[in-house]
Design a protein around this ligand. Structure first.
Ligand SMILES: NC(=O)c1ccc[n+]([C@@H]2O[C@H](COP(=O)([O-])OP(=O)(O)OC[C@H]3O[C@@H](n4cnc5c(N)ncnc54)[C@H](OP(=O)(O)O)[C@@H]3O)[C@@H](O)[C@H]2O)c1
Length: 376
């Protein structure tokens, strides 16, 4: 699938490519990114492939990523063509609590800084980067409203928040007629599927498109790390040696099993492991776009071809199985066998258009004591 097929992001009129360009690697300020020349090659190749969706944040490489995006967009005169997403939450001045977080004072300070670095009058998609545990959802929504009215942002979204907080915001925005949250940006990959427990249904219910970050688990799913030689350099090692273990500690037994299955299926499909992992994420429910990351132009070229040829259903299903989420309460109570007990063996599912009668899953017996099998 080419990148110049544009899809609406959530329930909005904003049209975006199915693969967004992540720019957390723009700038070497964090010790593992790309210099300006390489970042520009990556940017140009993404645009040349038809891509229109650029993701950055005021946090990334200390503002350098936004500066490079602003510079490249200006030099290529592509401002009208590209959709720029950026984020606020992280603190920009030690000792000043209002230079970070999600309060109105911090949001307005942050938006002004991003507009300046991005050399633009308006941000197409403005995202709360992460929950600050204190700011009421009402204050964030009101400020999104103010920023849209002032012409500084076009659409609002949330990244890395609890599901209840996103739900609260969606309900408030409905009840109060405020800005709708049209995007949830969340970590999602074969090894990190936790969002399937709450966020996927939330996004479908409230019309939010999910954009998935770190679809390659920061490099783990490219196959560059192996269990017997897990110290081979790369970003995960740089992060780990800097003590940022929370996001870099991915060398687990479960993950190695997923990597092995991915390696096997990629070989069978004649695709790279990165392409298979990205396509798997892109084809999951509620995923509006996958945010691809690349440190080199070669990595980008590989990732851009991820949607070129469809994987077989059996290959996707095999990946699903090896990467299945462990059962956990209360979600275990919503599983199919429990549902059969609730619905008397009558399947719950989308009805075909104009067809009102419930449909029974073929061959599925009603479960549980005292439940008679439904008549088929
Ligand atoms: N909202 C959030 O909290 C959040 C958090 C993280 C990221 N993001 C966004 O999501 C974007 C993508 O995240 P990510 O960079 O972590 O994505 P990722 O795709 O999981 O990891 C990218 C890394 O994988 C390696 N890689 C990528 N393509 C490769 C290929 N074809 N072959 C071999 N290695 C390859 C490179 O690692 P090496 O450098 O080691 O070679 C690259 O730096 C970011 O740029 C950012 O825009 C958002």
């Amino acid at each position: 699938m080419a990148l110049d097929r544009y899809f609406t992001l959530g329930r909005s009129g904003l049209r975006v490519s199915p693969l967004a360009l992540g720019t957390m690697t723009f700038g070497e300020d964090w010790g593992w990114g790309s210099d300006e020349k390489t970042s520009r090659r990556i940017f140009d190749a993404y645009l040349a492939a038809g891509g229109n969706f650029i993701d950055t944040a005021d946090l990334y490489t200390g503002g350098h990523s936004e500066e490079l995006v602003g510079k490249f967009v200006a030099e290529t005169k592509s401002r009208d063509r590209v959709v720029i997403a950026t984020k606020f939450s992280y603190n920009g001045e030690a000792g000043n609590p209002n230079a970070g977080g999600n309060g109105r004072k911090a949001m307005i300070r942050a938006v002004e800084g991003s507009l300046r670095r991005l050399r633009t009058d308006a941000i197409d998609l403005y995202l709360l980067h992460t929950w600050d545990r204190i700011t009421p959802a009402e204050e964030v929504l009101e400020t999104f409203d103010l920023l849209v009215a002032a012409g500084k942002i076009r659409h609002a979204g949330l990244s890395d928040v609890p599901a209840w907080y996103a739900t609260q915001m969606a309900m408030l925005s409905r009840a109060q007629g405020r800005q709708r949250v049209v995007n949830l940006q969340l970590q999602y990959s074969l090894v990190e599927r936790s969002i399937e427990r709450e966020f996927v249904d939330l996004a479908l219910e409230f019309g939010m498109g999910i954009t998935s970050w770190s679809p390659l688990a920061m490099g783990l799913l490219t196959g560059r790390y192996r269990p017997e030689d897990a110290d081979g350099g790369g970003r995960l090692h740089t992060l780990k040696s800097s003590g940022i273990a929370a996001i870099s500690d991915k060398f687990t037994e479960r993950n190695w099993a997923i990597v092995a299955a991915l390696r096997r299926i990629a070989a069978e499909a004649g695709r790279s492991m990165s392409q298979v992992a990205i396509q798997w994420a892109a084809r999951r429910p509620a995923i509006g776009a996958v945010i691809i990351g690349a440190r080199t132009a070669e990595q980008l070229a590989d990732n851009l071809a991820a949607l070129d040829s469809p994987l077989a259903d059996a290959q996707l299903a095999a990946l699903d199985r090896v990467a299945a989420l462990p059962m956990q309460f209360p979600y275990s109570f919503f599983a199919q066998d429990q549902q059969a007990r609730i619905h008397g063996g009558v399947a719950v599912g989308d009805k075909p258009d104009g067809y009102a009668a419930p449909v029974r899953i073929a061959g599925q017996a009603a479960a549980g004591p005292g439940v008679a099998p439904a008549k088929g």
